[in-house]
Design a protein around this ligand. Structure first.
Ligand SMILES: CC(C)(COP(=O)(O)OP(=O)(O)OC[C@H]1O[C@@H](n2cnc3c(N)ncnc32)[C@H](O)[C@@H]1OP(=O)(O)O)[C@@H](O)C(=O)NCCC(=O)NCCS
Length: 212
């Protein structure tokens, strides 16, 4: 399988929306899927962070990021992503690459598409000399266990491999480590509106300091 990661442009909008519709089916709120103005803003504000992965020339997945000066304070997706427009939240002189979106079409999953996007994100962290890659990771499997354990316990079990989560298991496999559970991160029924802040430290950063 030939997987190629490249920057996306506004011309890719329809394909990006197809990826989002397939990757975030209901109950995920449709109004949270990308709109044309948001894609235009990503391309204008931080084009290096706007990535698609093509498989044999077909767009199979995407990943969007911005730069922040990260403090470790709990936050919401709307705050860090500026409601998806990144204009007010992108800080070119910040120290961390923050992933605000990652999605792969279901029929292309399990073939390393997201991994290729994560490699590209890690390479961007290195080339920009940033300290870390972070993301607010959904935990869509949590609603099945919420009656019997806390989100923190759920995260621990996923990290230990006792439970599998569609998104967090992927992040753990990429070497991202959970730092903290954030409440009311995003309207996300399956994750019970929670997300886990996950972190990968740039191995080239000699002062490397964990936020967690
Ligand atoms: C999470 C997601 C992006 C993963 O995409 P993907 O292309 O299937 O992932 P990859 O094929 O690159 O997986 C890379 C590795 O992680 C593993 N992995 C991926 N998903 C996994 C899962 N649910 N459970 C266990 N391992 C998983 C793969 O087995 C693979 O391991 P390997 O290197 O040993 O083969 C995809 O499931 C998705 O789009 N989910 C819905 C959208 C979403 O919620 N995005 C997250 C927003 S925070």
């Amino acid at each position: 399988m030939d997987i190629r990661v490249r920057p996306y442009t506004l011309d890719d909008f329809e394909a990006l929306l197809t990826v989002q519709r397939e990757a975030f089916p209901p109950p995920f709120p449709e109004e949270l899927l990308w709109n044309r103005e948001q894609i235009a803003a990503h391309v204008e504000v931080f084009p290096e962070g706007a990535m698609v992965a093509e498989v044999d020339g077909i767009i199979a997945g995407s990943a969007t990021s911005l730069i922040v000066r990260f403090t470790g304070e709990p936050h919401t997706w709307a705050e860090v992503a500026d409601d998806g427009y990144i204009r007010r939240s992108h800080q070119p002189d910040g120290d961390s690459l923050y992933g605000i979106d990652l999605c792969v079409r279901p029929s292309f999953r399990g073939h390393g598409v997201a991994q290729a996007l994560y490699e590209a994100r890690k390479n961007l962290v290195r080339s920009l000399g940033l300290k870390r890659l972070i993301a607010g990771c959904r935990i869509p499997g949590f609603h099945r266990y919420a009656g019997s354990m806390t989100a923190e316990e759920y995260v621990q079990k996923v990290v230990q491999g006792e439970l599998k989560d569609l998104v967090l298991s992927f992040m753990v496999k990429q070497g991202l480590k959970p730092v903290q559970v954030m409440d009311d991160y995003l309207e996300d029924e399956e994750s019970m509106n929670k997300a886990v802040l996950v972190e990968w430290l740039n191995p080239d950063d000699k002062e490397g300091k964990k936020i967690g």
